[in-house]
Design a protein around this ligand. Structure first.
Ligand code: FES
Ligand code: FES
Length: 947
């Protein structure tokens, strides 16, 4: 082993205990805490002072642990998340965060809590601006910050001296024993512990470990003897390369044991989402297709990997002319990025209905435009991390993923193993948003562990995470829309090109989903929507909350604003006039049978809309440099896969000890599926949530629930959970004479069954059980009914759709081109809000990401590969959001529920862009609407104020 070089010991106090650290004096506090002291509650999101995930208190003041060299800490006091519960304010904050649903994925939560503690210790009475300032250095990609602010402002209510978030509040299996968390006085019904399941604001069942630093993310765990892996990546968008003498290289590099290349991949050196599009290599062979692509992996001891100078790696690069953007990829002289696609068109999607050209000719009003968007980075705060190890003839991979079974199959393919010989154990997921659907480091880790026979771990750096992994597709959308004299939409046509980058990833899904959704959620009798996914040498564009629908919504909502104006209709009334309703036919010819709540959303927004418009009018009467605008946008979103089988399987069991085991393979990426699915199962079974013990996300223990994407887990896995619960209930009742009305109650191993026909007690402890103590069990499946689309894109692509409308008020600085958001009101038809707190959290977070899409986020390879240059919304960027939940029950869904993850994001950007147009009279069609673009558009229209 290479020893860390150090010059002496540093003595400091951590969470009240004196510790002596023998490490290099420049070693950062974050690493000392995590690796020397095992305090992994302090997270590292960027290692550069940009994200605040590593926030701790040093001498009572918040600081980024990733910036502080340990040598500066001699004799100083450090407090981390692990010491938070020793402080009464810390405990109050934990409780308040738990109560308000302020932690979603939880990766930012330790930093948020420590910054909050700093504030509340210093200031007795806090207000919102104080919270926003004090926590402003910590980024959250999930919550939209609003529930975090609520939690900090409300923490005082949880200051109860004799209560703490202690071990007793966590049951033996690590799941919150939520009955023991007492809600504050005056709380509404349906809180934890009151026995209500569906519709209740049950606190996250996986919430407590996110609040005390014990949650285990990808970087938080690995076998002691694990070696480290670092990928060698292309610095060029496209280049040929030749790798030199690796034997000599390894022998000259102390602590480096091996280099892996494509030649070391025992199975297929390729992976991908679709069976016929496995076009992405684990290690490129001879030529790279994007900046950041891996060509090899160096494996060695930690110190050697840390100190490794990549310029010493023996490789010769020969840069080639890359295909940059859609224009580059589609130019007549463009080379074929993949030989099977000579024109660089990966795939086409198509929906055609009616007679589009005669409809346009016969319409009273027309609008058209070209809309373009850029690469957008997921910017989850947890970079990719994990480890793999060989266990006999099998391989285990522990890593952050949204799709364990897909990961399993890809790793098996790469290793040349049967899928059953691979076990995927998902770590807690510190944010995904689609970016962790594709495998990232899993194949490399698995190949290394398989070849070397020792555990191998890796943690992507922030720049590596941003350069190597998928993005939202840039789009160029040319669209036309028309309506009749009364404002009824008559036709919509769209040609949408999506830059899918170097490899296919989810490009086919985007190209397939966009034409279906391209008209927006309206009755449109004549439609011609075409989409293409185009290969380029850009970053791989994959899945990102909406699969292209957010980009398409920017186009259709802008055109409908124009049509409303031309037809002399209010923008909301235009949308209400055209809104899809039950029995209407969609662009694919699907007749909607139920659960179409868009008209209710719009009607609920109407009073807010008029109030906002009046306020804007009043403000704009005064001629100042600021102009107020109000925007509106609607959306629909097909829940689950597009016209493809989409199954999920869940299993429930009742044990001798009187616990309900819930085997749930759906990965909770922060959206709350663990809690929501348990609520559904509890309601259907007739036992409280507190009776459940969760077994989650391990391909050896849980069945395939499909991926956590496409807003599908509540609808699809929720229904499977309901079916499993009903099966277990039926199995129990089969052994009694009780009727279907039976009420269950558990007291230890005694199951009390009470019905009109019979009241009885089953002594589970005396019942025959398997080795695992299981007495009764039930399994449930659900695969939403869809029909394939025909050659014209006609069919039933989704079993159900989420609907929403959002309105926003904002101010535009007519001189600077800056935009300040004032307020959102969001009305969402979710079918049934299984857990309103979690639904609200999804809507807040989705809107925050929509704000980023509309106003700030633009990923440029080589230039914005960090969280300093790539800006995501922070505290001050998200305005107040009022939420109106509409419940148009979906008969197929569990207790009527659909999904909300992606629907929350889709309308936010078009609403903002509509509001900018309302404020300024200028339509911004190159997205994001950065200040220089707004200013340029104002200048071009002669509306800019002098600076
Ligand atoms: S990890 Fe320290 S600021 Fe991001
Ligand atoms: S909860 Fe803040 S980043 Fe996920």
């Amino acid at each position: 082993m290479i020893a860390e070089e150090f010059t002496g010991a540093v003595e400091l106090t951590v969470n009240g205990k004196k510790v002596e650290i023998a490490a290099r004096p420049d070693m950062r506090l974050s690493r000392v805490l995590r690796e020397e002291l095992g305090l992994t509650g302090t997270k590292v999101g960027c290692d550069a002072g940009d994200c605040g995930a590593c926030t701790v208190l040093i001498e009572e003041e918040q600081a980024c642990a990733c910036l502080v060299p340990v040598a500066q800490l001699e004799g100083r006091r450090v407090q981390t998340i692990e010491g938070l519960a020793e402080d009464p304010i810390g405990r109050a904050l934990q409780r308040s965060f738990h109560y308000h649903g302020a932690a979603q994925c939880g990766i930012c939560t330790p930093g948020m809590l420590m910054a909050s503690l700093d504030l509340l210790r210093r200031v007795e009475k806090v207000d919102l601006p104080m919270v926003e300032t004090a926590l402003g250095g910590v980024l959250c990609r999930c919550t939209g910050y609003l529930k975090i602010c609520e939690a900090v402002l409300d923490a005082g209510r949880f200051l109860e001296p004799d209560e703490g978030l202690d071990e007793d509040a966590i049951s033996a299996n690590g799941v919150a024993s939520i009955g023991e968390l007492k809600p504050p006085t005056g709380s509404e019904p349906g809180l934890p512990g009151n026995g209500v399941s569906v519709g209740a604001r049950v606190a996250r069942l996986d919430g407590l470990p996110k609040l005390d630093g014990t949650e285990v993310y990808g970087a938080d765990k690995a076998p002691q003897d694990a070696l480290w892996l670092r990928a060698i990546r292309s610095p060029h968008a496209r280049a040929r390369f030749v790798i030199g003498d690796l034997r000599t290289f390894v022998s000259n590099e102390p602590g480096i044991f091996r280099v892996l290349t494509a030649a070391d991949v025992p199975g297929e050196n390729s992976f991908g989402i679709f069976p016929d599009m496995k076009d992405q290599p684990v290690f490129a062979e001879g030529e790279t297709r994007y900046r950041g692509e891996a060509v090899a992996a160096v494996i060695g001891e930690r110190a050697a990997i840390d100190g490794f100078d990549v310029s010493r790696f023996p490789i010769r690069w020969d840069p080639l002319q890359p295909l940059i953007g859609l224009d580059g990829a589609l130019s007549p002289n463009a080379h074929a990025s993949h030989p099977a696609h000579p024109d660089n068109v990966l795939v086409r999607g198509w929906v055609e209905k009616g007679d589009i050209e005669s409809a346009f000719r016969g319409s009273s009003h027309r609008a058209e435009g070209l809309f373009s968007t850029r690469f957008v980075e997921h910017a989850y705060i947890e970079p990719e991390a994990g480890f793999a190890r060989r266990v006999g003839k099998r391989v285990e991979v522990f890593a952050s993923t949204q799709a364990p079974y897909m990961s399993r199959d890809e790793v098996a393919r790469v290793l040349g193993l049967e899928p059953g010989d691979v076990r995927i154990i998902p770590s807690a997921c510190g944010g995904g948003f689609g970016g962790k659907l594709d495998v990232s480091l899993q194949p490399m880790l698995a190949v290394a562990a398989w070849q070397m026979g020792v555990p191998i771990r890796s943690i992507y750096t922030r720049p590596e995470s941003m350069a190597a992994t998928t993005k939202r597709h840039p789009a160029a959308i040319t669209a036309r829309a028309a309506c009749d004299a009364q404002g009824r939409i008559t036709a919509y046509a769209m040609e949408a090109d999506f830059d899918t980058g170097a490899y296919a990833s989810w490009g086919p899904t985007v190209a397939g989903r966009v034409p279906v959704h391209g008209t927006g959620p309206y009755r449109v009798p004549n439609v011609l929507n075409r989409a293409r996914a185009i290969y380029s040498n850009g970053p791989i564009a994959g899945a990102f909350r909406g699969f292209g629908v957010p980009q398409a919504a920017i186009a259709h909502e802008a055109l409908y604003d124009e049509l409303a104006e031309k037809a002399g209709l209010d923008r909301l009334e235009f949308r209400l006039l055209n809104a899809l309703r039950v029995a209407d036919e969609t662009a694919t010819g699907q007749v909607l049978q139920a659960s179409v709540g868009l008209d209710r959303c719009l009607e609920a927004l109407r009073p807010h809309w008029h109030k906002m418009l009046e306020e804007a009018e009043t403000l704009n009467d005064k001629a100042t440099v600021m102009r107020r605008g109000v925007g509106i946008a609607c959306m629909w979103y097909g829940i689950g896969n597009t016209a493809l089988s989409n199954p999920s399987r869940m299993r429930l069991a009742l044990t001798r000890e009187g616990r309900v085991l819930f085997f749930n393979g759906a990965v909770d990426i922060g959206q709350g599926s663990t809690t929501v699915l348990t609520q559904i199962a509890a309601e259907a079974l007739g036992l409280p949530v507190s009776a459940f013990t969760l077994v989650t996300g391990d391909t050896d223990k849980t069945a395939d629930a499909g991926k956590s994407s496409a807003s599908r887990q509540t609808f699809v896995s929720g229904k499977a959970a309901e079916n499993a619960a009903l099966a277990l209930r039926a199995e129990i009742l089969r052994h009694t004479n009780a009727g279907a009305d039976a009420r269950f109650a558990l007291e230890g191993g005694q199951l009390k069954i009470d019905s009109k026909a019979e009241s009885t007690v089953i002594d589970l402890t005396a019942w025959p059980a398997g080795a695992d103590g299981i007495v009764f069990e039930g399994a449930g499946d659900f695969d939403p009914p869809t029909e394939p689309l025909d050659i014209k894109g006609q069919g039933v692509p989704y079993a159900t759709y989420g609907f929403a409308a959002q309105i926003v008020a904002l101010d535009v600085d007519m001189a600077l081109g800056t935009v300040r958001l004032e307020r959102f009101v969001a009305a969402h038809d979710v079918g049934r809000a299984i857990n309103p707190t979690l639904v609200e959290g999804q809507i807040h977070g989705g809107i925050a990401q929509g704000i980023g899409l509309a106003l700030m986020e633009e990923y440029v390879p080589g230039r914005t590969e960090n969280l300093h240059d790539y800006l995501i919304p922070s505290f001050g960027d998200v305005p107040p959001i009022e939420i109106i939940l509409v419940e148009a029950a979906e008969p197929l869904g569990p207790f009527g529920a659909k999904g909300v993850g992606e629907p929350a994001l889709v309308p936010a950007a078009p609403a903002i862009l509509g509001a900018i147009r309302h404020a300024t009279g200028v339509s911004i069609r190159e997205i994001p609407a950065l200040p220089h673009r707004v200013r340029a558009a104002l200048e071009a229209a002669g509306r800019a104020w002098e600076i």
